[in-house]
Ligand binder design. Structure first.
Ligand code: GLP
Length: 268
């Protein structure tokens, strides 16, 4: 697993957005593009906002197009109306989809109001497979090292399904619900750790001191169900893009190793 440490949040987002733009443009220039669209996995949360802003600008400036891109979002709250301002459906449209040239038919977001939630999850997995699998899954990380809504102790082989949020995660997400954890939905639908790991490439954004424990556990703690993000150590094309603040709990030895080995990826 690569760990690319940028000075701050802005440079982390710049690196990640350029990486995505290059991945889409390289794909478009290749032979497979004629057979199926590029398949992009996407997260919600504060971490990707700077990446979305840059991708929107790049699209407006003609540097990238999403016309031949299919997206699959990581997760969605259960029993929150789709048009609620804090649903992940609303988040994605407000912060990204409404500002790019994507075909709405190519946007896939789990339906947390489906009558049969497991059927919805099974069908989502089938849709990912039918699209050709995910080429690049962009993600964030919870403070406890969760990926999507795969809380500690979720199977590292898990597939898309219903998840119960921990009290910690509801407390962290209360900032979007009038600072009241009880207003945060108790359950969500989420792609599994195995679903993320099936992507051909995974890029995870980790920014700020609050994420320092998650980064340390993932990088130095070995593959461990307490930190579901750590499953990426078993992936052969996974990158963590982080900032200096997120490195606060890394050993000096690990920090120096990554700064040295990926020196040519560090932006000024
Ligand atoms: C939620 C989402 C995760 C996201 C995490 C971090 O738990 N389900 O997919 O990575 O929040 O969010 P933020 O980027 O706002 O810190």
């Amino acid at each position: 697993m690569k760990v690319i440490i940028q000075k701050d949040y802005d440079l982390m987002c710049q690196w990640a957005s350029e990486h995505i733009i290059n991945a889409i443009n390289e794909y478009e220039a290749g032979e497979t593009a004629a057979t199926r669209p590029f398949v992009l996995g996407l997260p919600t949360g504060s971490s990707p906002l700077g990446v979305y802003e840059r991708l929107i600008k790049a699209c407006a400036g003609g540097r990238v197009s999403f016309k031949n891109v299919i997206t699959f979002n990581m997760d969605e709250y259960v029993d929150l109306p789709k048009d609620h301002p804090e649903s992940y459906w609303s988040f994605m449209h407000t912060n990204f989809f409404d500002h790019i040239d994507i075909d709405p038919a190519n946007i896939n977001i789990l339906d947390g109001n489906a009558a049969d939630l497991q059927a919805e999850c099974d069908e989502y997995e089938a849709r990912i497979t039918a699209a050709g699998g995910i080429d690049l899954f962009l993600g964030g990380a919870g403070e406890d090292g969760h990926i999507a809504f795969n809380e500690p102790f979720t199977s590292l082989a898990s597939r898309t399904g219903l998840r119960t949020l921990t009290s910690d995660t509801r407390a962290v997400n209360a900032r979007f619900f009038d600072d009241d954890p009880t207003l945060v939905p108790a359950q969500a639908l989420s792609v599994g750790v195995g679903t993320v790991c099936d992507a051909r490439e995974v890029v995870i954004l980790i920014s700020g001191r609050k994420k320092a424990r998650a980064l340390r556990d993932c990088v130095e703690g070995g593959v461990n169900q307490m930190c579901t993000l750590s499953a990426l150590n078993m992936h052969n094309n996974a990158t963590i893009a982080c900032d200096e603040d997120a490195c606060a709990q890394l050993k000096v030895e690990s920090y120096k190793y990554f700064k040295d080995v990926y020196a040519n990826e560090i932006l000024q």
